[in-house]
Write a protein that binds this ligand. Structure first.
Ligand SMILES: Cc1ncc(COP(=O)(O)O)c(C=O)c1O
Length: 401
């Protein structure tokens, strides 16, 4: 069945974070409710990472049928749930996962916070690779773990890991963990086998536990290597939530091949009575993994088409902005440094003058100033109109000169 990703679906009144809240100026991480994304002259929200596309029909049908049943008492995972996750990892990423390696948490960010608490003590150190998904820093800081930065290197239009710097930082005996964003949000890298193997070697040699956040793994345009397929001494955080637009259903799969690590995390979950998730989240995940492959292939084609359009448009019509074409994720990292604005003015400029509400690159930490992140998981018509308005806004700067 051909999926119509061009269809505009009105999200008004659904309490959508993307459409009905904004990030406050005072504290970039607190969301405030606002009605500014609806109506004639409203800005287009292209920030927080969810999609304006409906989930696969099979998922909607399964949830609807379950909701109509009317009884929502204590409900176990289905006997086939973990098998469906393992089968997906095998068919999509050629990774052999045993169903018993999988534990559930109500989201990947909650899992990161729990992992930090389960495996680290206050004062210990964890490496992150900024500019990176900002909750990595937050969960560490909230739990009094010292953040050690191994900033990515930006060369031309490509990002790399700084391996020499990583080697040095991993050597510190207080450094116990590294949180990897794979694929990398926001720069869109899909790490190669060689890059991951090098990182694994360094971390293993220094007793640094790698937590690999692979929530965007299915949304990749080049071959993706699950970290766990290279190195079994790791904890891989996955979910169907980005892939199929299910984030509000709060369910994720934490895959821990190593039995000792798994027991330690399981113990933490039981100690905190956290070992259960929502029945709808699990049902949606299993249904999507069982029936969603074709939908996802079509989504990836659609996103690729949007990226082709954008790449050409930026090059020809807004050459002042350099688009870093993502190898994975539906998030596009825009190098706007040539516009010469500080981070906050840049973000505000596009919100006010182009009426496009993007994510301020500065929130991703070191290396983020002067960049913006654009979420393109929306009908192409919306992306085209946003770019047209961005072009007009940038041209108005030139006219002023
Ligand atoms: C790298 C990364 N990890 C985790 C999340 C959020 O995960 P969850 O909604 O499961 O907490 C996001 C959402 O944007 C993300 O980009």
């Amino acid at each position: 069945m051909k999926i119509n990703f061009d269809k505009i679906i009105d999200r008004a009144g659904t309490n959508s974070s993307k459409w009905e809240t904004i990030q406050s100026e005072a504290n970039a991480y607190i969301h405030v409710r606002a009605e500014r994304f609806f109506g004639e002259d409203a800005a287009t929200p292209m920030w927080i990472a969810d999609m304006d596309f409906a989930a696969p029909k099979e998922v909607v049908d399964a949830l609807t049928a379950r909701a109509k049943h009317g009884l929502y008492g204590y409900t176990e995972s289905s006997l086939t749930y973990k098998r469906s996750v393992a089968d997906w990892m095998k068919s999509r990423h050629d990774w052999d996962v045993q169903p018993e390696w999988i534990l559930n948490t109500p989201g990947v960010v909650p899992a990161l916070a729990m992992l930090v608490r389960a495996f680290l003590k206050a004062g210990e150190k964890t490496i992150i690779q900024p500019p990176v998904y900002y909750p990595f820093r937050l969960v560490l800081e909230f739990n009094e773990i010292e953040v050690v930065e191994n900033p990515l290197v930006y060369e031309g239009s490509h990002y790399y890991m700084n391996i020499a710097d990583l080697e040095q930082k991993a050597r510190d005996p207080q450094t116990k963990m590294l949180i990897l964003s794979s694929p990398h949000n926001p720069v869109g890298r899909v790490w190669t086998r060689d890059e991951l193997a090098r990182l694994s070697e360094i971390c293993r040699a220094n007793g640094v536990l790698v937590i690999s956040d692979e929530i965007h793994a299915d949304l990749t345009f080049t071959p993706f290597i699950p970290f766990g397929a290279l190195d079994e001494n790791t904890i891989v955080c996955t979910a169907a939530s980005k892939t199929f637009n299910l984030a509000g259903l709060a369910n994720s799969n934490i895959i821990i091949p190593n039995q000792t690590l798994r027991r330690q995390f399981e113990k933490y979950l039981f100690q905190n009575a956290l070992a259960d998730t929502n029945l709808f989240g699990r049902l949606a995940t299993e249904t999507a993994y069982t029936h969603g492959a074709d939908w996802l292939n079509q989504l990836l084609d659609y996103l690729s088409g949007t990226l082709d359009f954008m790449e050409k448009y930026f090059a020809e019509s807004i050459p002042q902005i350099r688009m870093i074409r993502p190898e994975g994720t539906y998030l596009v990292w825009l190098d706007c440094r040539a516009l010469g604005m500080d981070a906050s003015s840049l973000h505000r400029f596009f919100a006010d003058r182009a009426r496009v509400y993007l994510e301020n690159g500065a929130v991703f930490g070191t290396g983020g100033d002067g960049f913006l992140r654009m979420n393109i998981a929306t009908p192409r018509k919306v992306v085209k109109e946003a770019l047209r308005r961005m072009k007009e806004a940038v041209n108005s700067l030139e006219e002023k000169k």
